[in-house]
Design a binder for this molecule. Structure first.
Ligand SMILES: Nc1ncnc2c1ncn2[C@@H]1O[C@H](COP(=O)(O)OP(=O)(O)O)[C@@H](O)[C@H]1O
Ligand SMILES: [Mg+2]
Length: 319
């Protein structure tokens, strides 16, 4: 089994009588890009504040990189880089001073800080803004600087609260690319978002939280299978004879729920397959059709996007 670098067990946070996080159990595999998804007010920030040792769980427990957030908060802090959802109050510093300050907070010796800052600025593409005041940066640049700051002590786990929120589309894409780059450097990335497009582009795993509870979590593939009772695959062939051959080939294929002909399009025949299997099964199905000597002109799956899945799942919970 994959090592889990963040684990929570029945995590609860109450504010007075209000329960913001309600028995949350999550598992974040080492090396994953994990999207923590949910609408505003779902409990994402509160969960992250418990994981980063800023607030104590009311009940339950959480471990980050093997350390308990309640029993060994210092070890947790050393293992993580945390980017809060607000930039903070250090606007009256130069870009390099900002990083110098946070590197010093992590006890990085002065003679190591200069090359470190150069590397960090290079990584987040802010070298040209090194001597500018932080408050002169665009929001996207501030987010990248904030991300650079979380990397100062070379943590293995990044916990990022809405890193792409409030950014224009271009800046959002830049943040996504940066997250992928950091992942390639071996870091685990746990980030929250209420924007599903961010998730579908880069995540290997997701967890959906609603009203303090985990609705579903797993790898992107598992999630699709879990949330999507069946998949719809359309095979395009040149005529009705070939379509008949597709039907007879797949009739008893494991996982096939139904097969029907669609209206021909542009003189070509279309066969729609309802299928309940996983990606390996889809590949095997494609292999079976080819193996039967059928000339396939198209083999497409209607992927229901995550947005649609998300809407369906959260609706199911509310009603
Ligand atoms: N310090 C607090 N005191 C009281 N209620 C809080 C506090 N922090 C968060 N909440 C409430 O807990 C719920 C979850 O908030 P939050 O974790 O910020 O959600 P998210 O980050 O998913 O938008 C919200 O209803 C919020 O108003
Ligand atoms: Mg939040």
């Amino acid at each position: 089994m994959t090592d889990m670098i963040i684990v929570t067990k029945d995590l609860v946070k109450q504010f007075g009588k209000f329960t913001a996080v309600n028995g949350l159990s999550l598992q974040v595999p080492a090396g994953s890009i994990y999207g923590f998804v949910g609408p505003n007010g779902a409990g994402k920030t509160t969960t992250m504040r418990m994981l980063t040792t800023l607030t104590r769980p009311t009940h339950g427990e959480a471990w980050v990189a093997g350390h308990s957030v309640t029993a060994d908060p210092r070890a947790v802090r050393r293992a993580i880089g945390y980017m809060p959802d607000e930039f903070g109050v250090y606007d009256d510093m130069r870009v390099w001073e900002y990083l110098d300050f946070f590197a010093a907070c992590y006890d990085i010796p002065e003679n190591q800080r200069k090359p470190l800052i150069s590397d960090l600025l290079e990584l987040v593409d802010l070298t040209h803004r090194r001597d500018d005041m932080v408050d002169k940066l665009s929001r996207g640049m501030k987010q990248r600087l904030s991300l650079a700051r979380t990397l100062a002590h070379d943590p293995s786990v990044l916990i990022l609260d809405e890193p792409a929120s409030g950014l224009d589309p271009r800046a959002r894409v830049e943040i996504r690319e940066l997250l992928v780059e950091l992942s390639k450097m071996g870091k685990t990335i746990f980030f929250s978002t209420h924007i599903l497009a961010d998730v579908s582009e880069i995540c290997t795993h997701i967890g959906i939280i609603e009203a303090g509870q985990m609705i579903a979590q797993g790898s992107m593939n598992d999630m699709r299978a879990q949330l999507q009772p069946h998949r719809e695959i359309t095979v395009t062939v040149k005529d009705s004879d070939a379509a008949a051959l597709v039907r007879s080939t797949l009739e008893s294929f494991p996982g096939v729920i139904g097969i029907k002909d669609l209206e021909p399009k542009g003189g070509r025949s279309l066969v729609r397959i309802d299928y309940s299997g996983d990606d390996d099964g889809v590949a095997a199905m494609s292999g079976a059709i080819n193996g039967a000597g059928i000339a396939v002109l198209g083999f497409n799956e209607e992927t229901k996007d995550l947005e649609a899945i998300f809407m369906r799942v959260t609706k199911g919970i509310v009603t």
